[in-house]
Design a protein around this ligand. Structure first.
Ligand code: SAM
Length: 231
């Protein structure tokens, strides 16, 4: 993620669209775009995968992070009155207070499913296992595990958010082998969205049998990708 004009407030970064994200010390990278965390979530992930129009989205996410994508998705589904099933993987859960701070004043801060998720979230972060809440028309499930070795649902996802830090910092989630596993999690017609437009990412997605389209990027990025499982 390139440097942007985000303003640091303790561990939280306030980005130009007013939304918040945070810095991840382990990878030395911000969880979301410094050019607009909520803008990226909406453009690349929610709209890029067609989740904003789907009658009953089932979203699989690689990298729950601080939940910006999850809240952007909750907001759009709640506004349309459609049910949402959201299953994210996260191997290094942040402390609960950081998730709360990042969400302060932002989308879905008061959604009952977000509040229930925070109540269930490990207070100091870390840990293993899984939490799941169902309330207000949404089911949010976060599996605290390495997605590279986790069992992934087959043919389930209407949308896949591939958001596991940049290929340069975290190459493992962008390999052709893992991309092929991700392609199998998509239901027919399902769409993978990612902010990366790197050539090797595009080629991996194509090698996995997906139809890849380039789209204009979110603020600060020229392009991003969507990849469709046809059929
Ligand atoms: C760019 S951040 C995701 C931001 C998040 N989607 C949000 O809306 O705040 C990447 C996340 O992926 C997680 N991650 C990276 N590699 C992973 C892996 N192999 N398994 C599970 N989680 C992983 C990191 O710990 C980090 O929280």
């Amino acid at each position: 993620m390139s440097e942007g004009s985000a303003e640091a407030q303790g561990d939280v970064l306030v980005t130009p669209d007013g939304s918040r994200t945070a810095l991840n010390a382990r990878f030395g990278e911000a969880y979301g775009s410094r050019h607009g965390a909520a803008s990226q979530a909406r453009h690349v992930f929610v709209e890029g995968t067609g989740t904003h129009e789907h009658p009953a989205p089932r979203v699989l996410e690689v990298g729950f992070g601080v939940g910006v994508n999850a809240r952007a998705t909750l907001t759009r589904c709640a506004a349309r009155g459609v049910p949402l099933a959201y299953h994210a993987f996260e191997f290094d859960p942040a402390p609960r207070e950081l998730l709360r701070d990042v969400a302060r004043g932002g989308e879905a801060e008061d959604h009952p499913a977000w509040r229930a998720l925070l109540d269930a979230w490990p207070e100091s972060g870390g840990g293993s296992g899984e939490i799941e809440v169902t309330v207000g028309g949404a089911t949010l499930r976060v599996t605290f595990a390495d997605v590279l070795t986790a069992d992934l649902p087959g043919g389930w996802a209407t949308a896949l958010y591939l958001d596991g830090f940049s290929p340069g910092r975290n190459p493992d989630v962008w390999t052709p082998a893992f991309t092929a596993r991700l392609a199998h999690t998509l239901a027919p017609g399902g769409v993978l969205g990612t902010y990366s437009a790197a050539g090797h990412v595009r080629r991996s997605l194509e090698a996995a049998g997906l139809r890849v389209d380039r789209r204009p990027g979110a603020p600060g990025k020229r392009e991003c990708l969507r990849a469709v499982r046809e059929g």
